[in-house]
Design a protein around this ligand. Structure first.
Ligand code: AMP
Ligand code: MG
Length: 408
């Protein structure tokens, strides 16, 4: 048995980033930049006005009120060539328009009488005021977004501003999903006696998609060698293979045996984590193969803790583990020593601390508790007892924008 931490480390050191593809900016949201992006030009490209108002020479208007002749007009989009702020003059200017020669300050229209041919400034102007200087945002050649950054609206805005229609991102890995077991029927069929619906495939596909990868549904391998051979072979064509069930101690171990027969090298089987202990990890060439236990709660938790970080790393993410934060336990918790225990929790914010209460019955077979969980508390392997009021590490399960918004 490997520890939770060893399992995660060996998985993460076994996977590497996928290749690079160039895609249109509008399709790039949520993808990860594969290269540092350097500014092709200064942003902004020329000194320009930050306000609607009057371009002036501050030496002319050190004292207020001050009257100037309005000699020209520069709307947004106008060129400043040939326009000059002569002594005793001002140029009417709009936000974003280039500042003309001789101008070293902009006086906002609100501080004037808004005159057309003559303008009176009510406030003195100081050198540099309300001018956006060339390159003050980003200078030509500077890195404005780093490899590993997720592309969000701000990245899109800046990439677009630099005229970059195609952006280099890591390819989304394909992830084959294979459920195993004679008891399974596909969604849409009514299960007969002893049968259950293959819900894991759909849940895994959803989780894969949420992690940014492409799920490929392989279907069900029946509990025979022939069926496993055929389906596993098909699954091994993807960038990643996930299998569900058939790896517990009580099973006939078909998944692991036949993976080995197909040339996969088992890296570990059994992890010090509960739920999720029977998890196996193998490499077929460079293809990672995750064999997750079939119990839906175990399947989801082992995906969350082991597969999701691997998929994020493959897509080039810088942050691949959800950040831990401290939660205060509402209730006492006891566990056996030797394994990390995952507790499904709900959160409340009080006095600037997060308080955790159990999301329900913690038995592995209780799926509803998973539905009700907002976060996951990770209890260290060696500990056995936690009192109410103790602090433990937790991370969100899913993207709880609702909870974050509730944070005072
Ligand atoms: P196993 O890992 O084969 O011992 O399965 C553990 C439990 O998970 C059993 O109750 C199975 O019926 C259930 N199970 C296995 N595969 C699936 C699946 N694809 N969808 C939902 N439940 C499953
Ligand atoms: Mg089974």
């Amino acid at each position: 048995m490997v520890s939770f931490e060893e399992a995660r480390n060996v998985i993460l050191s076994s996977v590497s980033a996928t290749g690079v593809e160039r895609i249109h900016l509008l399709d790039a949201a949520g993808r990860v930049l594969a290269e540092d992006m350097a500014a092709p030009w200064d942003m902004p490209s020329w000194d320009n006005s930050a306000m609607d108002g009057y371009a002036v020479n501050s030496a002319d208007c050190g004292a207020a009120p001050c009257k100037l002749r309005v000699s020209a007009f520069l709307p947004a989009g106008a060129k400043a060539e040939g326009v000059r702020v002569e002594p005793g003059c001002a140029v009417r200017i709009m936000t974003g328009a280039p500042t003309p020669e001789g101008c070293d300050a902009v006086v906002p229209v609100e501080e004037t009488d808004n005159g057309d041919h003559e303008v009176t400034l009510r406030e003195p102007a100081t050198k540099g005021q309300h001018i956006r200087f060339r390159g003050e945002d980003v200078q030509a050649g500077a890195t404005f977004a780093r490899a590993g950054s997720v592309i969000r609206p701000p990245e899109v805005n800046m990439l677009a501003g630099f005229g970059m229609a195609l952006v280099p991102v890591h390819r989304r890995p394909t992830v084959a999903i294979l459920s195993t077991g004679d008891e399974l029927v596909e969604l849409g069929r009514t299960p007969g006696p002893g049968e259950i619906i293959n819900s894991n495939t759909l849940s895994l596909a959803t989780a894969v998609r949420e992690a940014g990868a492409i799920p490929l549904i392989i279907g069900i391998a029946r509990d025979t060698r022939a069926s496993h051979l055929e389906k596993l072979q098909e699954g091994l064509k993807a960038d990643v293979l996930i299998t569900s069930a058939g790896v517990s101690a009580g099973d006939r171990d078909l998944v692991r045996d036949i993976l080995e027969e197909l040339g996969a090298r088992q890296v570990f089987w059994k992890v010090g984590i509960k739920p999720g202990g029977p998890t196996a990890f193998a490499l077929h060439g460079a293809t990672p193969v995750f064999s997750l236990p079939g119990n839906p709660v175990s399947t989801m938790i082992t995906f969350e803790e082991f597969v999701r970080p691997a998929l994020l790393k493959m897509q080039g993410h810088r942050r691949i583990l959800r950040p831990f934060f401290k939660v205060v336990l509402r209730e006492e918790l006891r566990k056996k020593p030797g394994k990390v225990q995952i507790i499904r929790i709900r959160l409340e914010r009080e006095n600037e601390r997060w308080y955790a209460s159990s999301a329900g019955n913690q038995q592995t077979a209780i799926l509803k508790t998973m539905v009700d969980a907002e976060a996951i508390a990770v209890l260290p392997a060696e500990s056995t007892r936690f009192a109410a009021g103790d602090e433990v590490d937790a991370h969100f399960y899913g993207n709880h924008i609702d909870l974050l918004e509730a944070t005072p």
